[in-house]
Design a protein around this ligand. Structure first.
Ligand code: ADP
Ligand code: MG
Length: 308
C-alpha cells in the first residue's frame, strides 16, 4: 500500500499538470505575488519571520504554491485532508492533516468494526445511547450508568437482563449499550438467540463450532437478544449456552440479555427442552444468568408500529 503522503503527492502532481498551461501563461512573478499576498500565507510568514530567509522561501515556493492551491478546497485532491505549512530549514514545507470531520468519521468507522451483529438488523448500529428516551425507565438508565462507570473504571461490570413485552424497546436500548461499549474500544457481539441457536447445526460439518462458541464466550461485551424465544435441545442448552455463560461468569465478562420472559419464566423455558424436563439443569443455568445480569422490567407501549 502506498503511504498517504505519496498518494497525495501523486494527486497533487496530477492537479499541477492540469494547471500548467495556466501557470506558464502568467508570469512567475505575478503568481508569486498573488500567493504571497494570500492572508493565510502572509500570516504564516509573519509568525515565522525570524526562522525563514528570503532564499529559503523562494527555494520552496513550489510547496507554498501547492498549499495556496489546495487550502480552500477548490481543486481539492483528497477529501478529509487540509494542507498545513511548516518551517523546514529556512524555507517552507507542506504536510496534510486530517480534518476534524475526517478524524471523527474514522473513529466512527473503527467503532462500527468492533460490533458484530449476528442475525440482527444493521440499523441497530445507528442507535446512540444519548438519543434514547429513558422516560419511565429510570431503573434501566441507572443500571446502564452503573455498568459504564464500572467498565470505565476497569472493575467487573454486571450486565442487565431487560424483560418486557414485545416492542417496548429492549433491543433498541441494547443497541445503544453496544454502540457505547464499542466507542470505549470494546469488542461487542450482539446476537439474536433464536436464529443463533437454530443455525448452530450449520457448523456441524466443519470444525468451526468450537471456534464460534469460543468467540462468543470470550468477547468483551456479549448481548444475547431475545433469550427464551429459542428452541433448545439439551445439547444447545448445556453444551452451548451453558458453556458460554460459565466462561463469562468465570472471567467476569459483561453480559446482557433481553427477553419477553422474566427470569422465573426463563427458568421454566430452560427446564423444558424438546425432549425432556430437567428443572435441576435449568436452575444451574439460571444461577449463571442471575450472576451475570440484574433483571430490569421494561414496560410501556409497543413502539413497533410508530406509536412512540
Ligand atoms: P423489543 O426488543 O422490546 O421487542 P425493539 O427494541 O425492537 O423492541 O423496539 C421496537 C421498535 O420501536 C423498533 O423499530 C425500534 O426501532 C423502535 N424503538 C424502540 N425504542 C425506541 C425509542 N426509545 N425511540 C425510538 N424508537 C424506538
Ligand atoms: Mg427485541
Amino acid at each position: 500500500m502506498k503511504a498517504i503522503g505519496d498518494v497525495l503527492k501523486d494527486q497533487v502532481a496530477e492537479a499541477a499538470k492540469k494547471n500548467q498551461r495556466d501557470f506558464s501563461k502568467k508570469s512567475y512573478k505575478d503568481l508569486q505575488s498573488r500567493v504571497f499576498s494570500d492572508p493565510d500565507v502572509h500570516a504564516f510568514f509573519e509568525k515565522h519571520k525570524d526562522e525563514l530567509t528570503r532564499d529559503g522561501v523562494y527555494a520552496t515556493f513550489a510547496n507554498i504554491y501547492e498549499y495556496w492551491q489546495q487550502k480552500d478546497g477548490h481543486d481539492k485532491v483528497l477529501a478529509g485532508y487540509v494542507p498545513k505549512l511548516f518551517v523546514e530549514g529556512h524555507g517552507v514545507g507542506i504536510k496534510y492533516e486530517a480534518t476534524a470531520e475526517k478524524v471523527e468519521e474514522d473513529k466512527q468507522r473503527a467503532t462500527q468494526k468492533r460490533i458484530e451483529l449476528i442475525d440482527l438488523p444493521e440499523k441497530l448500529r445507528r442507535v446512540k445511547l444519548g438519543d434514547i428516551d429513558f422516560n419511565g425507565r429510570r431503573e434501566a438508565l441507572e443500571g446502564i450508568a452503573r455498568f459504564f462507570n464500572n467498565l470505565k473504571a476497569g472493575s467487573p461490570a454486571r450486565g442487565l437482563y431487560l424483560s418486557g413485552d414485545f416492542g417496548v424497546g429492549k433491543t433498541y436500548i441494547m443497541a445503544g449499550v453496544a454502540n457505547e461499549s464499542a466507542g470505549l474500544g470494546k469488542k461487542v457481539i450482539f446476537l439474536h438467540m433464536p436464529t443463533f441457536i437454530s443455525s448452530l447445526s450449520s457448523h456441524f460439518d466443519d470444525n468451526s463450532l468450537q471456534d464460534e462458541i469460543h468467540r462468543v464466550a470470550y468477547c468483551d461485551v456479549l448481548i444475547l437478544d431475545d433469550i427464551g424465544a429459542e428452541s433448545l435441545s439439551p445439547w444447545s442448552r448445556d453444551d452451548v449456552l451453558g458453556v458460554i455463560l460459565q466462561a463469562r461468569m468465570d472471567n467476569d465478562l459483561p453480559t446482557f440479555f433481553t427477553s419477553n420472559l422474566d427470569m422465573d419464566a426463563l427458568e421454566d423455558h430452560f427446564a423444558k427442552t424438546r425432549n425432556s424436563d430437567e428443572p435441576a439443569k435449568a436452575k444451574r443455568l439460571m444461577q449463571r444468568v442471575r450472576y451475570l445480569a440484574q433483571e430490569v422490567q421494561i414496560s410501556g407501549a409497543n413502539r413497533r408500529f410508530g406509536n412512540n
